[in-house]
Every structure is written in structure tokens, then in C-alpha cells.
Design a protein. Structure first.
Length: 179
């Protein structure tokens, strides 16, 4: 009988609009971070120490790393593959849109000021390689996952890459964010 009266009293309080959520419950209902937009990020090539690709090690794959830093005031997420178009320095190079690796992406959460990166596998060739068989990078146009606006990054490492822009499985390709 006491339970029924308490339930009736609680129902009356709620119906009168006097019931409120407790602060502890409201605080625990924080919204999950949304995806990072290009305007939220800075980007660049990792150039320190062993981060630079070995462009003089021809006929053997090497990696370049490109980083994204969250410059916004909120946490945000990145998931998937960035878009990468290499712009060549030779008149015959044009622009090469890199294909994706078979690696599975994972969601990366970046707090304010946090950084993550992704790698680009490269297949360097000798300078003596015929012009039509090599691609000489000048710029990388890097678009964060699910975005349409890109960063323009000057290629700082020199060297040249085996031109396989029409190949199904080229030696130069990109990995998802976080790899």
C-alpha cells in the first residue's frame, strides 16, 4: 500500500512538471566527437629522424608519413583513407591519384592539439631511369577522409618514383589514417 501511494505521489510531481534530471545523469550524457573537417586540421610531412623516406634506396619500397593535427577547440574523429594526388615536376608527369592499400581503417579520435598520421608507400627509382618511366613528385594534394577541401604540401624529399599511375597494384600507394 505504501508503494502505491509513493508511485501516485511521484506521478503527480512529474505531471506537475516538478521533476528534473539529476546533474550526474546530465553530465554523463556528453555528445560523442564528430568527424574532423579540413578547417579543424593542420597537415604536413613528417621530416625528423627516421621519418623521411629513403629516396636513394632504389627498387625497394620506402614510406613517407603525412600528419594531421587537430587545431580546433573540440575533439574530432578521422576514419578511413585520405585522398592523395601527387603533382609531378616533369611536364610528362601530370597528376597521379594514389590507390588505397588493403588495410582496414580504424577510427581515430583527436583531442585538441593531438596528432595522427598515415603512410604513403613509395617505390623509388634511379635518376638515370627514362623520363617516361619515372614520376618526379613536386606537390601532394592531401584531402582528409570524407572531406572535399585539400592541403597542398610541397614534396621535401627529392628523388623520383617508378611511374605506375595506371597499374592495378602499383608499388606506390597510401594507407588509412593511423597506419
Amino acid at each position: 500500500m505504501k508503494t502505491t501511494r509513493a508511485l501516485v505521489a511521484l506521478t503527480a510531481v512529474a505531471a506537475a512538471g516538478l521533476a528534473t534530471a539529476t546533474p550526474a545523469l546530465a553530465a554523463s550524457a556528453k555528445a560523442a566527437p564528430t568527424r574532423c573537417h579540413t578547417a579543424d586540421l593542420k597537415a604536413g610531412f613528417a621530416t625528423g629522424g627516421d621519418a623521411a623516406p629513403e629516396m636513394d634506396k632504389v627498387n625497394s619500397q620506402t614510406q613517407a608519413f603525412i600528419w594531421f593535427t587537430n587545431k580546433s577547440t573540440r575533439a574530432c574523429t578521422l576514419y578511413g583513407f585520405p585522398g592523395v594526388d601527387m603533382v609531378g615536376a616533369q611536364k610528362t608527369d601530370g597528376t597521379w591519384s594514389l590507390v588505397r592499400s588493403s588495410r582496414k581503417p580504424t577510427k581515430i579520435t583527436l583531442g585538441k592539439g593531438d596528432t595522427t598520421d598515415f603512410s604513403v608507400n613509395l617505390l623509388p627509382v634511379a635518376k638515370s631511369t627514362a623520363t617516361k618511366e619515372k614520376f618526379v613528385p613536386a606537390q601532394f594534394l592531401v584531402t582528409p577522409p570524407d572531406e572535399t577541401t585539400h592541403f597542398t604540401l610541397k614534396w621535401p624529399f627529392g628523388g623520383q618514383i617508378l611511374k605506375q599511375d595506371g597499374a592495378t597494384h602499383p608499388g606506390t600507394f597510401l594507407n588509412p589514417v593511423g597506419f
